[in-house]
Write a protein that binds this ligand. Sequence first.
Ligand SMILES: NC(=O)c1ccc[n+]([C@@H]2O[C@H](COP(=O)([O-])OP(=O)(O)OC[C@H]3O[C@@H](n4cnc5c(N)ncnc54)[C@H](OP(=O)(O)O)[C@@H]3O)[C@@H](O)[C@H]2O)c1
Length: 209
Amino acid sequence: MKIAIIGTGQVAAALGRRWANKGHIVTFASREPGAERVLALLEGAGPNASAARVADAAARSSVIVLAVPFTAARERVEMAGDLSGKIVIDCTNPIAPGLRPMFDAGTSGAEQIAARVPRARFVKAFNTTGAENMADPVYDGQPSTMFVCGDDAMAKGAATQLAEELGFEVVDAGGLTAARHLENLALLWIHLANVVGYGRDISFRLLRR
Ligand SMILES: NC(=O)c1ccc[n+]([C@@H]2O[C@H](COP(=O)([O-])OP(=O)(O)OC[C@H]3O[C@@H](n4cnc5c(N)ncnc54)[C@H](OP(=O)(O)O)[C@@H]3O)[C@@H](O)[C@H]2O)c1
């Protein structure tokens, strides 16, 4: 796949490096594509990775991954240009100070962003676990769960394939309104890791009988 990852931080690095090393063509979209830190990121990602400004990265890709702070995400997708028919994977979490959800239970960050790009094929994924688990989701030989939700089957299929390639077991959590639950699950993961004190080497796994 040709993948534009908007962002060059922890999530972008974990996902982009691994996908590029698996043969996908990855373009990191940065506000400063020539910066030292972006060049360092590219070094670890190998020959399939490059960096560009957001509009160029999106134009050359069919899958757009949002890996920026939620507060920047709506603006960044609009800067990406015409996303008609493209797959948009939303990894962001709308977190208010005090580890609270930014929205009430009647909407989600994902639905807010999706409304800005109505012609894109939108899916929520890669938001419910830490970036370290995206680099390595396997614990004692058992895969971590990656929850995926959305209303577009093609987008969900692409997110599922990309998550499985990283070693996740994917659980289809339903339509895009389930992003409300996925975003709360992310809050629980951060609470367990940082507030309760389990640390970031923790991961969710859904068991089914
Ligand atoms: N860290 C995690 O473990 C984790 C896990 C799941 C989900 N998430 C979510 O994924 C998203 C990215 O998280 P992250 O930890 O990778 O973030 P991060 O390390 O802080 O990186 C965010 C990146 O976004 C870009 N960016 C664009 N506009 C920005 C702005 N106005 N302010 C700041 N950065 C801006 C920056 O790249 P340029 O400067 O190159 O443009 C920056 O490298 C967030 O929504 C987060 O809630 C994080």
